[in-house]
Design a binder for this molecule. Structure first.
Ligand code: ADP
Length: 953
């Protein structure tokens, strides 16, 4: 039983006994007053006092007077039971209370606690005794023992000491560090564990916590000791209150079993919720219940997080997989449909099943439209996958939303005319003249939305409204395309933005389309920081809205409808373009596909050009070296020798003939590759006939019917007073990518024209020379060759301080400037909805400004030769990363080229020098490419290929 008592009780009992022993010792030493002895002494004193009185009375002979005294004593003292006087002979002569019968002692006996006798003297004679009978000092029997004051004292002190010590120890022990009992070495071993370790006693009070656990709670381990486990920040899995009764350690303490792999949660001091895997082992001390529990805690928060992430990733992968499967299923369906038509009708034609020519033409039209559809589908899918993969790069450059919308309407307005629909462009309030966006993408979105609106409308029309929405900051440009067409059912309005979704399954049959346009438009708009949304009422019409971020509008003019209408130029009709090509031009077509050669030969043959064909690079190299051509059209992927190698070989052999790459590779970066190989320009396959004609015309010196070979420059620049009032498109307008550059140029040009006029009025000839020089170079660079001649003339006149001539040329330039429209007039070719396809950077023949002087021809010739020697040195210096050498060569080029009139080199040489000095490898590469391309196009003075505008008379 004692063993079952706790340590605290043991100590308390021991201490209580100790106190009792001390009290008893004090009692024995007489340090504690004795009540019984005091009572006895009192009784003796009383007896003696009565005895003295009796002796006195006897001496006076008044013994009888003693009787009332005795009665008084008995009456007054409850302790005194009886009193009597007895003679020597044993006769009681007087008594008070029941005495004689109760008296037990003989005369010779000693007095006891209850019977006391005192001798009575008369003089010296002993004549009798006084007898007093008392109650016992302590009660008789067990009660007497129990009421013994010693027993009471000892009992009281023992019990109260026991209690006091027990509680006192309870308090004190709690504050004593039991972990001090754990040896230091063991402690530091426990502290090195990354797992948290906690020992609780039976009452779930912490008796030990290692460092890992303490660190987690953010409290020192010593603070945790003595704390009840319920005060620790446990939570349930969602951060709510934790049911402590269900705690695994409570179970372990209760059933004495080991509980493993339970999960508990705790909030860290920073508020984050952590998950622990815990194991609870009871500490068995031999008794029925465990004495405590050992808990190990493993923080598995990150593992849990990872598994959640993993789960999410798996879900995403699953849904991506499903989407891919759906996509493939859709794709194969989409491709099969037009394929069926192509193969079916081809077969019909092959077998000669068509009844007549008209029948055959219809079949061919179906085949052609199926092919076109297929191509559109492939382009859309390429676009979609690029945006989906985040590889679609969107630009944020100056672009003119009104001009863009206007161009799109111009381009596809013909469809409205065909269906007799109204197609309007309106501006609500004032909108910025330019915004920061991606013009090519915006054009694509607009083409799709306006195209859809026209497609799904039979009566009424389509209105495109531009407005500046300033409700939010930053402001947004809103373009609404509203139609009065068939509309879309309410539950389909959102779905039409999903790939391959068409609002109505009959749509495809009735209207065609891939169901990808809106998906692409929305994704593009979102990539540009905007969105495309739709509202629609079936049977009444739909409104598709584009919201676009505008970028900073600081310094941008806000124009109204009238001002914007005035700003857009009337443009030539693409569809009706006819080309005039020089009949004597010789062209080599290099392609391994006979059909492709045939197609090109047929198209160009129509124009009377002389065509030669080669079926691989090797044959082309041989032919090009044997004969002179004005242009080589080179396929890039061919057996035996590919186009890259052939071009490089020809360039290395010193051939300067323009080479236009034909490539089916629509992947990013191929442009640089073909240009680096030495090509002058490139066209993508399948070859768009308009793009092909534009490029060939550009290189061999052709022009579009209705325009003049001198690129719309006034026929005779000597007669500026009779100007041609038609709009002047940029030669690079075919290249969507160039539009922003052209746009920027136009803005800058307008400013510079004011400066030119001001300088001319002020007769500030040096400024005039500078400005004219800039215009001469910059205008040509962005394809406005019309500026080149008059600007050069102005420069000359200004140098000569000739005010009259200057004024004449300034007027001419003003006239040209007024006919230049905002970025990229309606492109000469709009081959596809998506880029790229139009000719890339076409570098025309590079000529010297000084070639008008025949005496300088040999100098120019020598420089060209020198340049062909210097180019490999420049390239070698770059390859060796010898930037000092590179900077030196660039510096030479900058000076020398300008001296002999090859101003085209000035900018790239200056830039190359700067890039070399800065050690900027990629910039160096860029400018070297440019210089290389210019070098290859350097044309000796007096040579015949000339596509630049005619010179002044
Ligand atoms: P496509 O026109 O090639 O089928 P889109 O993604 O451009 O693909 O359009 C998806 C569908 O949305 C169309 O098939 C048509 O059902 C619906 N839709 C788009 N624009 C309009 C519109 N202006 N009016 C009615 N329905 C439209």
């Amino acid at each position: 039983m004692i063993r079952k008592l706790g340590a605290k009780a043991h100590i308390a009992i021991g201490l209580a006994f100790l106190v009792i022993s001390i009290v008893l010792a004090a009692g024995f030493l007489g340090l504690i007053p004795d009540r019984e002895a005091a009572v006895r002494d009192g009784r003796i004193a009383l007896a003696e006092a009565i005895a003295v009185t009796a002796a006195e009375m006897t001496a006076r002979g008044q013994v009888d007077w003693l009787a009332p005294t005795l009665r008084l004593v008995v009456k007054r003292n409850p302790d005194v039971l009886s009193a009597a006087l007895r003679t020597e002979e044993g006769t009681i002569i007087m008594q008070a209370g029941p005495h004689a019968a109760n008296w037990t002692l003989n005369n010779a006996d000693m007095s006891t606690d209850t019977e006391l006798h005192v001798p009575l003297l008369s003089g010296k004679e002993h004549w009798g005794q006084l007898e007093l009978r008392f109650r016992p000092v302590t009660p008789e029997g067990l009660a007497g023992w129990l009421f013994n004051p010693w027993v009471k004292l000892v009992g009281f002190i023992f019990l109260s000491a026991l209690l006091v010590f027990y509680f006192y120890l309870g308090k004190v022990l709690r504050h004593l560090d039991p972990s001090g009992a754990v040896p230091d070495r063991v402690r530091s071993a426990l502290d090195t564990l990354t797992e948290g370790l906690l020992v609780l006693d039976r009452r779930q009070t912490v008796v030990l916590a290692n460092r890992a656990f303490a660190e987690f709670t953010g409290q020192p381990a010593t603070e945790l000791i003595g704390m009840n486990a319920k005060k620790l920040p446990w939570t349930d899995s969602k951060g709510g209150d934790f049911n402590l009764k269900a705690a695994p350690w409570a179970h372990a303490l209760h059933d004495g079993e080991v509980h493993t792999n339970n999960t508990v949660h705790m909030r860290a001091p920073d508020g984050s919720l952590h998950t622990f895997q815990i194991n609870c082992a009871p500490i068995l001390t031999g008794g029925r219940q465990p004495g405590g529990v050992l808990i190990s805690l493993d923080d598995i928060t990150s593992i849990e997080q990872n598994s959640i992430e993993l789960e999410k990733a798996k879900d995403a992968a699953d849904s991506a997989n499903r989407a891919k499967s759906d996509f493939l299923a859709n794709m194969s369906h989409e491709i099969r449909t037009p394929m069926n038509a192509i193969l079916g009708f081809t077969e019909i034609l092959r077998r000669g099943y068509s009844r007549d020519g008209a029948d055959a033409a219809r079949h061919l039209a179906t085949i052609h439209s199926s092919g076109t559809h297929l191509l559109a589908l492939i382009n859309d899918i390429l676009d979609l996958s690029k945006v989906e993969a985040g590889r679609m790069e969107v630009e944020a450059i100056d672009c003119q939303p009104y001009a863009l919308a206007h161009q799109v309407i111009q381009a596809i307005g013909v469809r409205a005319k065909e269906k007799n629909l109204q197609l309007d462009l309106v501006v609500d309030g004032r909108i910025p003249e330019t915004i920061q966006s991606d013009p090519a993408r915006l054009r694509q979105i607009l083409t799709n939305l306006i195209g859809n609106a026209l497609k799904f409308t039979e009566h009424g029309g389509v209105t495109v409204t531009l407005a500046l929405d300033t409700r939010n900051d930053p402001a947004a440009l809103r373009i609404d395309v509203h139609d009065t067409g068939i509309g879309i059912a309410q539950n389909k309005v959102d779905q039409v933005f999903d790939p391959f979704v068409q609002a109505d399954s009959s749509v495809n049959r009735r209207f065609g389309g891939t169901g990808l346009g809106l998906a692409i438009s929305r994704r593009l708009a979102r990539a540009m920081g905007g969105d495309v949304t739709a509202t629609s009422v079936p049977g009444e019409g739909s409104t598709f809205s584009i919201a676009l971020t505008t970028g900073s509008l600081e310094g941008v003019r806000l124009l109204d409808d009238a001002a914007l209408q005035a700003s857009v130029a009337v443009s030539a009709d693409v569809e009706t373009a006819r080309w005039i090509l020089p009949k004597n031009a010789r062209i080599l077509v290099v392609d391994d596909g006979a059909e492709n050669r045939e197609l090109v030969a047929t198209v160009l043959g129509e124009f009377g050009l002389t065509l030669d064909e080669a079926e691989n690079g090797q044959i082309a190299v041989d032919m090009a070296q044997a004969k002179t051509y004005d242009l080589i059209l080179m396929d890039m992927q061919m057996p035996v020798m590919d186009g890259y190698t052939a071009t490089r070989t020809l360039r290395e052999a010193g051939l300067t003939t323009p080479i236009v790459a034909l490539t089916a590779n629509a992947m990013q970066g191929y442009e640089q590759e073909v240009i680096a190989a030495g090509c002058t320009a490139y066209l993508t396959k399948p070859v768009d006939i308009d793009a092909l004609l534009a490029t060939v015309a550009h290189i061999v010196g052709g022009y579009r019917e209705g325009t003049n070979p001198t690129s719309s420059v006034t026929k005779n620049v000597g007669e500026p007073s009779v100007p041609d009032r038609s709009a002047i498109p940029s030669r690079l307008a075919t290249k969507t990518r160039m539009h922003p550059v052209i746009g920027k140029f136009v803005l800058r040009m307008r400013e510079q024209m004011h400066a030119i006029e001001a300088a001319q009025r002020a007769h500030d000839f040096s400024t005039l020379v500078e400005l004219a020089h800039w215009l001469k170079g910059a205008g040509g660079t962005v394809g406005f060759d019309a500026f080149t001649e008059p600007a050069a003339e102005l420069e000359t006149a200004a140098r000569a301080n000739d005010a009259a001539q200057s004024a004449l040329w300034v007027d001419t330039l003003r006239d040209i400037a007024d006919r230049i429209a905002a970025p990229g007039d309606t492109p000469i070719v709009t081959p596809r909805k998506t880029k790229p396809c139009a000719p890339a950077k076409v570098i025309g023949p590079v000529r010297s400004r000084l070639e008008a002087n025949p005496r300088l021809h040999s100098v120019i010739g020598k420089f060209i030769q020198r340049m062909h020697e210097q180019l490999p040195r420049i390239e070698a210096a770059h390859r060796a990363a010898d930037f000092t050498e590179l900077a030196g060569l660039a510096h030479w080029l900058k000076g020398a080229a300008g001296t002999v009139g090859f101003d085209d080199f000035t900018e790239p040489a200056t830039e190359l020098e700067a890039a070399a000095k800065a050690g900027n490898n990629s910039d160096c590469q860029r400018w070297i490419n440019r210089i290389g391309a210019l070098t290859r196009q350097m044309t000796p003075a007096g040579s015949t290929i000339d596509i630049t505008p005619s010179r002044a008379p």
